[in-house]
Design a protein around this ligand. Structure first.
Ligand code: 48F
Length: 262
């Protein structure tokens, strides 16, 4: 094959990536964490016309989906959430114990593909280290390369957004950035204990019910809801994560369509 050389490949990637990165420095919504909740939120918000960027610290997006339960790579999804998987063309035709069993690899790859095709961008290997607060609102993220973050004395850079979503799962990492500064202390809704012991049925309902704006400009979706509000944890059942992602997207789109601050 002719027509290209190794230097052109390097230039193509360098220029292409920096164009993409530069375009995403300011987005309508930055989602921290490309797990099932973040990816679902990205899909619906991007389809609704918002500029959405997912910031993911790992190499591979998909969060906790890939390994199913105890590394058996199937997950369970309850009927209420199957329409979301159908929207994305992910197959749900296997059933056990009255529940849909979904191939974990198909679900992870399908959610990633559909979020991207809807117009969202994923920046992987980027860790969110902190938030920006302007006039009492979360208005941006402080980010660094994952390989640098916490390892080398290298300053991070800053992204700007109208709203951010904490989709970091069990860590509720962005919520913790507010809490450690005492900005959530005294709130009637945010607990200090983190998530509760396993109870899948209660946990799934809790996640969806409490998906909300936790601080001006910062929303919680997925497992970070339980970590933030003290809800029960759950195992490899994922309907609540998908429904929570869809709910946060609808809430943010509602504000956007009403021309209110996100
Ligand atoms: O953990 P994760 O899949 O969160 P989720 O979407 O789904 C939870 C389920 O996987 C599972 C469960 C289901 O019953 O209980 O736990 O709520 O995905 C969270 C993503 O956030 C990334 C992390 O690498 C993972 O891919 N993440 C965490 N902290 C940061 C981050 C950070 N500081 N910066 C960027 N990404």
């Amino acid at each position: 094959m002719a027509g290209f050389n190794d230097i052109q490949i390097t230039r193509a990637i360098t220029n292409g990536y920096h164009e993409k990165f530069s375009d995403r420095i300011v987005s309508d919504v930055h989602i921290v964490g490309a797990g099932p909740a973040g990816l679902t939120a990205a899909f619906y918000m991007a389809k609704g016309g918002l500029k959405v960027t997912l910031v993911e610290r790992r190499l591979g997006p998909g969060g906790g989906i890939w390994g199913g339960g105890m590394a058996m790579n199937d997950v369970v999804v309850q009927d209420e959430a199957l329409a979301i998987l159908k929207d994305m063309g992910i197959r749900t035709d296997r059933r056990q114990e009255g529940l849909a069993v979904v191939d974990a690899v198909e679900m992870a790859s399908g959610l990633i593909f559909k979020a991207l095709q809807a117009g969202a961008t994923i920046l992987n290997l980027v860790t969110v280290e902190d938030i920006c607060l302007y006039e009492g609102r979360v208005a941006g993220l402080v980010v660094n390369r994952t390989m640098i973050s916490g390892q080398l004395h290298v300053d991070p850079v800053t992204f700007g957004c109208k709203a951010a979503i904490d989709g970091t799962g069990h860590d509720a990492a962005v919520v913790q950035m507010l809490r450690k500064r005492g900005l959530l202390t005294g709130s009637k809704t945010v607990v200090e204990t983190g998530e509760g012991p396993m109870n899948a049925a209660e946990g799934e309902a809790f996640v969806v019910e409490r998906t909300s704006e936790v601080f001006p400009g910062l929303w919680v979706a997925g497992m970070s809801v339980c970590a933030t509000y003290g809800g029960p944890r759950m195992g490899p059942i994922f309907g609540g994560m998908l429904l929570s992602g869809k709910k946060v997207a609808e809430l943010i789109l509602e504000r956007s369509n009403a021309a209110q601050p996100l």
